[in-house]
Design a protein around this ligand. Structure first.
Ligand SMILES: [Zn+2]
Length: 424
């Protein structure tokens, strides 16, 4: 499939969100086709009020029994910085390579209708009994059950998939080999188990022709690869284990992610937020990687081997949309993924603009980032999906408010600034 089809799909999916004209009042926003829940325009006063009250983050008790922490907090960097420069975007005429995604271990339950064997669950109390619930090993808002009216919602996001071991020795140690899911290059290795909540982990950079993506393999027992090495799909990286926090031998698993890289300026942003930190930030910190629904991508690839990630992302549901002032430079997010901006595909117009409209999934994955002529002094939410609970539960605390009123929290505002580069 050519890039023309990619463009077509992305444009069809995103133009409805991206190219709404500004005419003094905030327009109603249409959801892209295929989305089941429409975005609803946020009353302007809600956004303004939030900006004034920036600094308030709603507190969540997260009352649940799912105590596993996977969000990587890297305390020590072992990255070779010479190897992590962003790759230039290939010529627009380049034909995207096939994804060619493979599963990383011998566990094939995902494709065999056996999710209960594929996923390593989380401990959860159900009907008075505590046991492993496989659903908690999936990607998405699958953890920390919370009663909301008649139903139970899950307010904790899990940014990867937890793949259970298929074989253990007689002491219970997992023996599964972990392999790269696609061709790429190892860009980061953390070989110090205590240096990150991810434990020992490896990051591989993949370039299919539309910006670089990063697969991450966490909680490894042993790493058998070095940073800088070019790897083929299926090449062994190490052995599945249980290093890192919130995990033990019983729950040994591979935590697997496929991510977009948010900002080349992450280290500066992190130092500004936490100037007293003694630890050295790294580009491949979990907070600079936005994960996509990899299980859904595996399934989509099985239906269409020529599928590209921009096409896949056009099928993902938006949750909120922000208008944010542009920084001094073009955001590295747009340099790496120019297809996020429909306009940037066809011309260089709009590269210098006062603001961007950014469309996010609930978990903060950017689906579109379009130059706008609107002037705003600070980032504001201009559309969101209505929700009868707190938006903070559905957005990892980046939004506050309920119902149709949604606004950025201080955390959300910082996140948006990371993407636009306006902190630089
Ligand atoms: Zn995990």
């Amino acid at each position: 499939m050519g890039l023309a089809r990619v463009r077509g799909a992305v444009l069809a999916g995103l133009l409805g969100l991206a190219s709404v004209g500004w005419a003094g009042v905030l327009p109603a926003v249409a959801a892209p086709s295929g989305s089941s829940t429409p975005l609803v325009e946020t009353p302007p006063e809600a956004g303004a009020a939030a900006a004034v009250g920036a600094g308030v983050i709603e507190a969540d008790d997260g009352a649940g029994v799912d105590a596993v922490v996977d969000a990587g907090v890297v305390k020590e960097s072992v990255v070779d910085r010479s190897r992590v420069q962003p790759a230039p975007f290939p010529l627009a005429t380049a034909k995207p390579a096939r994804l060619g995604l493979r599963l990383p271990t011998d566990n094939r339950g995902l494709f065999e209708g056996k999710p209960e064997e594929f996923y390593m669950g989380v401990d959860r109390k159900v009907d008075g009994k505590t046991g492993l619930v496989w659903q908690g090993g999936q990607f998405g808002f699958v953890r920390n059950p919370y009663p909301l009216g008649e139903e139970t919602i899950f307010i904790r996001f899990h940014e990867g998939m937890d793949i259970a071991p298929t074989v253990r020795d007689n002491r219970g140690e997992p023996l599964d080999l972990v392999r790269g899911i696609a061709d790429g290059r190892v860009v980061f290795v953390n070989g110090v188990a205590g240096a990150s909540n991810y434990g020992k982990y490896v990051v591989i950079e993949h370039d299919w022709g539309y910006g670089t993506f990063y697969s991450l393999y966490a909680h490894l027992m042993r790493i058998e690869i070095e940073a800088g090495v070019v790897v083929r799909a299926g090449q062994t990286l190490g052995r599945l284990g249980y290093t890192g926090s919130g995990i033990d031998r019983r729950r040994a698993h591979l935590h697997l992610e496929l991510n977009m890289l948010l900002s080349d300026g992450f280290e500066t942003w992190q130092r500004q937020l936490d100037p007293g930190s003694l630890t050295s930030p790294t580009l491949f910190h979990g907070h600079n990687l936005a994960g996509l629904d990899l299980a859904a991508l595996y399934r989509a690839q099985a239906m269409d081997e020529g599928l590209t990630i921009p096409e896949f992302l056009a099928s993902q549901e938006p949750y909120f949309k922000v208008l944010a002032p542009a920084g001094a430079e073009r955001p590295s997010l747009l340099r790496r993924y120019p297809w996020l901006s429909a306009q940037a595909l066809s011309s260089s117009a709009g590269l210098s603009c006062p603001s961007y409209e950014i469309t996010f999934t609930a978990s903060g994955l950017p689906l579109a980032m379009v130059p706008s002529g609107q002037v705003t002094p600070y980032p504001v939410v201009i559309a969101s999906v209505p929700f009868n609970g707190r938006h903070s539960w559905r957005t990892m605390d980046r939004l506050t408010g309920t119902g149709t009123a949604a606004a950025l929290s201080a955390k959300g505002t910082q996140y948006v600034k990371l993407l636009t580069g306006s902190f630089l």
